[in-house]
Unconditional design. Structure first.
Length: 196
């Protein structure tokens, strides 16, 4: 049975620090970069709602949240989490992930996913890592599929968006047996990015 606990992870100049109240100012700055909170299909806090976001992230059972940090500058550039942790079946999901606009379309997301999956499979001993996204968030779906995740299906009319409208949720997973292939793929993507 897995046991998830706060831990700091670092790779390729990106550090994942357990999310804490002292990250609030950096989170506000990151959330302001690109006004991502205005996107209907993501859950990025508005700069003036970072305190509420932190409270929810830190008080939600079965969730371990991280601040995504640019290791060189120490600046917060986003956040990500393990959530819907089910120790009885050795499962975590990776989600609540968002990045400041300046960190998007860079090595940051691939580095974070590699760190979180390595920790989940190789350290915690997870049997499966899940991912999910809004049925209308096609960019997120494409990014998850590029990771090598298996599309499990769609939960229709699953949860409410921030605006109260119902959303479909697209579910993905990676099984432990699939992890070596996915890990090799992510490492190759990072090597290609380093050359570019």
């Amino acid at each position: 049975m897995i046991k998830v606990a706060p831990i700091t992870l670092e790779l390729n100049g990106v550090r994942l620090e357990p999310l804490a109240p002292h990250h609030a100012d950096g989170m506000r700055a990151a959330a302001s970069d690109g006004e991502l909170h205005k996107l209907r299909v993501t859950w990025v806090p508005a700069p003036d709602d970072v305190a509420g976001y932190l409270d929810l992230a830190l008080s939600t059972p079965n969730r371990q949240a991280w601040a995504v940090i640019d290791a060189a500058s120490g600046a917060v550039i986003g956040s990500t989490s393990y959530h819907d942790i089910v120790p009885e079946v050795d499962r975590v999901e990776i989600g609540y992930t968002w990045y400041a606009k300046r960190a998007q379309r860079s090595h940051v997301n691939t580095s974070c996913k590699l760190m979180l999956m390595r920790h989940a499979f190789d350290t915690l001993g997870c049997a499966v890592v899940g991912l999910r996204t809004d049925g209308e968030n096609f960019a997120s779906q494409a990014a998850i599929e590029r990771l090598g995740a298996h599309k499990d299906g769609v939960l229709r009319h699953h949860v409410a968006r921030r605006n109260g409208q119902p959303r479909d949720t697209v579910m993905y997973s990676i099984l432990r047996a699939e992890w070596p292939r996915v890990q090799a793929h992510l490492e190759a993507r990072l090597a290609h990015h380093a050359k570019g």
